[in-house]
Design a protein around this ligand. Structure first.
Ligand SMILES: Nc1nc2c(c(=O)[nH]1)N[C@H]1C(S)=C(S)[C@@H](COP(=O)(O)O)O[C@H]1N2
Ligand SMILES: [Mo]
Length: 251
């Protein structure tokens, strides 16, 4: 027996999201385009189910925020060294020559300095980094929401994804636009009341607290808005799906 992908999607949507019947689920999946970039292959229907069901249930939900007393004393993490010589040169210059380039489907492609980013509305949030390997820690993150930067550049009609690219070779990921403009999706410049330390991704890290830690890429220097995620890497939305991890990693 062959079950079509659509059938799997709509059945799962109906069951998981609890909507009234397949017709409604089918209409919703179509209407919101809830097919993730890594939906091909044998795990595809599962990825689509998780993404579509969570999106319908949690479209505008907020990641848990903690109180100051719950901040981890020793953030246990993957803290890594500066990734390469280019990065070290920028660091030696106090990141004065560092820029965040925002391009693609935007009205006004812009290169932001750290001072430019610091002049945008600044928010702080106390959220958890949750690694897929089973550990986590809570910290305070300070920065400007990605949506403030996208407000500055404008986003052209048809934009579907924001791709974010690290100065560390091979590190990039993407969010759909709804997650990109979520108020907790934060271009982070500070941590626990100081500058964001380099081992934790300074000078700029994208914190995506509604998803697993691997979506919170360190050393971000480029954001490209696109309507065609297939043009990036192997077309799966990030590197993670190449290793068996989901592109959509909602928690
Ligand atoms: N550039 C870059 N970003 C990265 C990683 C990395 O190796 N390089 N690891 C990711 C993973 S798997 C996790 S769980 C978190 C860990 O964040 P931490 O070092 O603050 O604990 O960073 C994510 N961001
Ligand atoms: Mo991780």
């Amino acid at each position: 027996m062959t079950i079509s992908r659509r059938k799997l999607i709509t059945t799962g949507l109906a069951a998981t999201a609890g909507v009234a019947g397949l017709a409604v689920a089918d209409r919703l999946a179509n209407r919101f385009g809830l097919i993730p970039p890594d939906s091909g292959g044998i795990f595809g229907p599962g990825e689509t189910l998780t993404y579509a069901a969570q999106r319908l249930l949690t479209r505008h939900s907020m990641a848990r925020e903690f109180s100051r007393s719950q901040i981890s004393e020793k953030p246990f993490g993957n803290a890594v060294a500066p990734p390469n010589d280019m990065f070290k040169a920028l660091q030696a210059g106090g990141f004065k020559d560092w820029r965040l380039t925002v391009n693609g489907l935007v009205e006004r492609p812009t290169a932001f300095s750290l001072a430019d980013l610091q002049s945008l509305p600044i928010r702080n949030q106390i959220t958890e980094v949750v690694c897929e390997e089973g550990w986590s820690y809570v910290a305070e993150w300070i920065g400007t929401p990605l949506r403030e930067v996208l407000r500055e550049t404008g986003v052209k009609p048809g934009a579907k994804y924001a791709v974010y690219i690290s100065l560390e070779k091979g590190q990039w990921d993407s969010l759909d636009i709804s997650e990109a403009v979520h108020p907790q999706t934060l271009l982070t410049m500070g941590m626990n009341n100081g500058d964001l330390p380099v081992p934790f991704g300074g000078p700029l890290r994208l914190r995506v607290p509604r998803q697993l830690g691997y979506k919170s890429i360190k050393y971000i220097s480029q954001i490209t808005v696109t309507d065609d995620i297939k043009k990036f890497g192997k077309g799966l939305g990030s590197v993670s799906p190449e290793y068996g991890y989901s592109w959509y990693a909602g928690i």
